[in-house]
Design a protein around this ligand. Structure first.
Ligand code: NDP
Ligand code: OXD
Length: 319
């Protein structure tokens, strides 16, 4: 009996988890896990599908028979920049397991800034008992840049916590419960924003978008004593030297950063040294590899049954 078309797996994720998850998927297909380094050039060039996260630079030069490429994450900047990317559909990872994790991270960061977590932690280390004035969530406006799958879910959950939420995206969204803006409304959106949440993909248009001039347009007289910047999108969208200057001159009161210009964040980055800056190691919404393979299997079934693939990236827009 001939095997179904084979799948390349090139995931820079925990290798044990990947191997474990591969036990239960892709039945009847050859799976070429590049982490095991046993693949013949012939097998790689014959494969029809590739599931990739930060793949090897020469993957697409070796895998010349691909019919669909699957990103191991929601973002696809790691794939689009590689040479030889075939003119085949590129499918990104969209799944409740990932969306929920990101919203947890965003809500947690907003609450930590609202509830003065860093200040109380510093006081506690000094054994200091000092209650501070506390604004309510409903007095604080969170501006979400990027109203896609992740931005809209985070916005909904922030509203449940009581925050006022407004949103900004490339094309204007019509959402009953919040004011939304498109690119032409950016300055008005920023002037209303006390906590800025970045959930944008990295494209030519969003590279370096979070810079000093943008931070200066945020609401400087809000209830938190200064604006806060939270980025769960991509580090290439933020200008870190401008974040540092804005923190130093008071344009920003604090920040939460999960993504960085260079990852891992170098040990000598001054960003590590600020009490009011929360740093997480690109861990806001890691892909669950079991869920990823279930999603890929579902999409392969659709493809082989002549149904349209879901979550296909628009190469012109870059996301
Ligand atoms: P989507 O594609 O669903 O949404 C992207 C949003 O950004 C859309 O609202 C889009 O506008 C908007 N956008 C894109 N370009 C521009 C622009 N130039 N100006 C204004 N708005 C723009 O993506 P997701 O919500 O699924 O994911 C967003 C990003 O989050 C990913 O691309 C990835 O980089 C990052 N991410 C980070 C993770 C982490 O662990 N830190 C985990 C997962 C994802 P429009 O609606 O008009 O198309
Ligand atoms: C993603 C990520 O894009 O984890 O999914 O960054």
């Amino acid at each position: 009996m001939s095997l179904k078309p084979s799948v390349i797996v090139d995931l820079k994720m925990n290798p044990e988890s990947v191997r474990d998850a591969l036990q239960t998927v892709f039945h009847g297909r050859e799976v070429i896990n590049l982490a095991d380094d046993t693949a013949t050039p012939h097998a790689v060039s014959d494969a029809a599908y590739a599931v990739v996260w930060k793949p090897s630079a020469d993957l697409f030069q070796r895998a010349t028979g691909l019919k669909v490429v699957f990103s191991g994450g929601a973002g696809v900047d790691h794939v689009l920049k590689l040479p030889g990317l075939p003119d085949a559909p590129l499918v990104r990872f969209v799944d409740p397991t990932l969306t929920t994790r990101m919203s947890e991270w965003v809500v947690m960061q907003c609450l930590m800034h609202l509830r003065q977590h860093a200040t109380y932690q510093a006081q506690a280390r000094q054994r200091e008992w000092n209650e501070r004035a506390q604004p309510e969530a409903r007095e604080v406006t969170v501006g979400v840049m990027g109203l896609g799958v992740l931005g809209q879910d985070a916005a909904r959950k922030l509203q449940i916590m009581g925050f006022k939420v407004i949103g900004w995206s490339r094309t204007r969204k019509s959402i009953d419960t919040m004011d939304t803006y498109d690119q032409s409304g950016l300055d008005v959106f920023l002037a209303r924003t006390d906590i800025l949440v970045g959930l944008l993909p990295l494209t030519a248009e969003t590279t370096d978008i979070f810079d000093g001039s943008l931070f200066a347009k945020l609401n400087q007289s809000g209830p938190l004593g200064g604006p806060v910047f939270i980025n769960g999108g991509r580090g290439g969208s933020q200008v870190e030297r401008d974040i540092v200057s804005a923190l130093d001159n008071g344009t920003l009161k604090g920040a939460s950063l999960d993504v960085f210009e260079q990852e891992p964040l170098p040990r000598d980055s001054v960003l590590w040294g600020y009490d009011q800056v929360y740093i997480t190691p690109h861990a806001a919404a890691a892909s669950d590899v079991h869920a990823l393979f279930r999603h890929v299997s579902r999409q392969i079934d659709r493809f082989e049954n002549g149904l349209p693939l879901e979550h296909v990236v628009d190469r012109n827009n870059g996301y």
